[in-house]
Design a protein around this ligand. Structure first.
Ligand SMILES: Cc1cc2nc3c(=O)[nH]c(=O)nc-3n(C[C@H](O)[C@H](O)[C@H](O)COP(=O)(O)OP(=O)(O)OC[C@H]3O[C@@H](n4cnc5c(N)ncnc54)[C@H](O)[C@@H]3O)c2cc1C
Length: 482
């Protein structure tokens, strides 16, 4: 099949590589340039794109993403490693409070990749450009869909600002801001089914390089993200001795409006002793990058049992976005890419069956994460609104017997090795949330830990006074990026 992929970011390029290797002829249309930078560090410097601002924010590639890359695109996986992406064993993520630090069978499935997102995209661009079945059109914007008449319409190509491209199938990898619904309406089709739930956080992050590799406060592959009473903060290890720190307050919390100033950002992070210790050994190498408008979203191309169009598929953020602090975006993008390749292989001549099968795949592999994250974020937001904005406390939900929540498992994971693995299995999207939340052995262990109480916190949080003092830091405006 000749397939046009709309969008040449992570989801679009990974999907294109997989489709080309399955024998399809793939054309990628990306509105921004697809020319890779000269090297990894230049790539980091020029990574920020208004069309995909998340690429400069901290990323981790979690278990499902790593495992699918290794099995489906092993050469790309090796290229990422060669480019400096760091493989981190599960043991490197163990909190100091976890006494049982022995290796368990299956731990190797939970390994993660630590990297700047720009490094991943740099490798992807080079790999896609070298792939015989992939043609890249950078600097070309898709303006609409071309459809053959029918009910539902069958997509036979795309219009672009450089002319039309015909295709046997079109894949929307246009990200969270895709114009797909507008294009569907323009050809007389119905809109997709789109659900969303508030994430409610604003993201501020900065990139650093280690000044030294000795005497560090922890491993350079450290990733700790902690939800405090008034904000979320975290640290991510990455490639080439870089690390990223992030601050995620409530988007509605005006006290943090100066957090894009390096002085304010640093002062707030320094109120957290763990992060202060890291800041002592880190040199900033970027400005503070800010991002808002974060939602959990889910798009379905089958509405009331009927495809909105045939010959049209979607992958990546165009299908689903979830709270970034959980780092599942690229895992779900890869999952959808694999599903698409399999579906096209199973139903090569039946576009309707393809669309329905892809929707089944969304039900099985994507939708559970949207639902889980929407519920978890509603609970987190209610807590933050209460402590920051003085909102009424969230209604107490009666505990469900024989079931635990992600927040409970995460608390227990600080001391219990089974709960620790459950957290990384959930984060890594290796097994569905419902299956894990109701695992009898896990439920018993988590409830026992919670009953005993006295659970340490992953990071000590500042007092309200310390936070206010940090937030009142006056920016000097002097650049401190080296
Ligand atoms: C703050 C933050 C942190 C995150 N952290 C993680 C993490 O730790 N781990 C993880 O796995 N995921 C993480 N994610 C999610 C991850 O970034 C996304 O899932 C991923 O970028 C989605 O890739 P994509 O290709 O679908 O979309 P995008 O990267 O948004 O790319 C869409 C592309 O389509 C192009 N495009 C759009 N419309 C058109 C058009 N009309 N014509 C041509 N081109 C078009 C755009 O220019 C863009 O290049 C994070 C997200 C955020 C916001």
């Amino acid at each position: 099949m000749r397939i046009v992929v709309i969008g040449g970011s992570a989801a679009g390029l990974i999907t294109s590589l997989m489709l080309a290797r399955a024998g399809h002829d793939v054309v990628v249309v990306e509105q921004d340039s697809l020319v890779p930078a000269a090297d990894v560090e230049t790539a980091a410097t020029v990574a920020l794109r208004a069309t995909a601002p998340q690429v400069v924010q901290p990323h981790i590639l979690l278990a499902l993403c790593r495992n699918l890359l290794r099995h489906r695109l092993p050469d790309l996986y090796m290229a990422l490693r060669d480019a400096g992406v760091v493989e981190a064993a599960l043991a490197t993520q163990m909190p100091p409070s976890l006494a049982d630090r022995s290796a368990w069978p299956g731990d190797e499935q939970l390994m993660v990749l630590m990297t700047r997102r720009s490094t991943v995209d740099w490798v992807l661009r080079r790999w896609a450009a070298a792939e015989p079945g992939v043609t890249l059109h950078g600097g070309v914007r898709v303006t609409g869909l071309i459809a053959a008449p029918g009910r539902p319409p069958h997509i036979v190509g795309v219009g672009t600002d450089h002319g039309e491209l015909t295709a046997d199938g079109v894949v929307d990898a246009g990200g969270r801001r895709t114009r797909l619904d507008r294009w569907l309406v323009a050809i007389g089709a119905g809109q997709s089914e789109f659900r969303w739930a508030e994430c409610g956080l604003a993201y501020y992050s900065r990139q650093y390089r280690l000044r030294t590799v000795t005497g560090l406060p922890g491993l350079p592959t450290t990733r700790i993200v902690s939800a405090f009473k008034e904000f979320v903060a975290g640290i991510w290890g990455a490639d080439h001795n870089t690390m990223l720190l992030a601050l995620a307050p409530l988007a509605a919390d005006r006290r943090f409006r100066g957090a894009h100033h390096p002085e304010v950002f640093t002062a707030v992070l320094r109120t957290v002793p763990t992060l202060a210790a890291w800041l002592d050994v880190l040199e900033p190498i970027s400005d503070v990058a800010a991002m808002g408008g974060l939602h959990n979203t889910l798009r379905r191309l089958v509405v009331a049992g009927q495809p909105v169009a045939t010959g049209l598929h979607a992958v990546g953020d165009a299908v689903c976005t979830t709270n970034p602090t959980f780092g599942r975006g690229l895992s779900l993008a890869l999952r959808a890419a694999v599903d698409l390749v399999d579906v096209l292989d199973r139903y090569p001549d039946d576009p309707r069956a393809q669309t329905l099968a892809m929707d089944d795949a969304v039900t099985a592999h994507i939708a559970p994460w949207y639902g889980d994250q929407a519920a978890a974020d509603a609970a987190l937001l209610a807590t933050l609104w209460q402590s920051v904005l003085g909102a009424a406390p969230p209604p107490a939900t009666p505990p469900i017997r024989d079931r635990v929540t992600f927040a409970q498992i995460r608390a227990a994971a600080l001391v219990d090795p089974l709960a620790f693995r459950a957290v990384w299995t959930l984060m890594g999207a290796l097994r569905g949330p419902a299956e894990i939340y109701q695992n009898p052995q896990l439920v018993a262990r988590v409830q026992e830990v919670l009953r005993r109480g006295d659970i340490p916190r992953p990071m000590v949080e500042p007092s309200p006074e310390q936070l206010l003092t940090a937030l009142s830091t006056v920016p000097t405006g002097a650049p401190d990026v080296v």
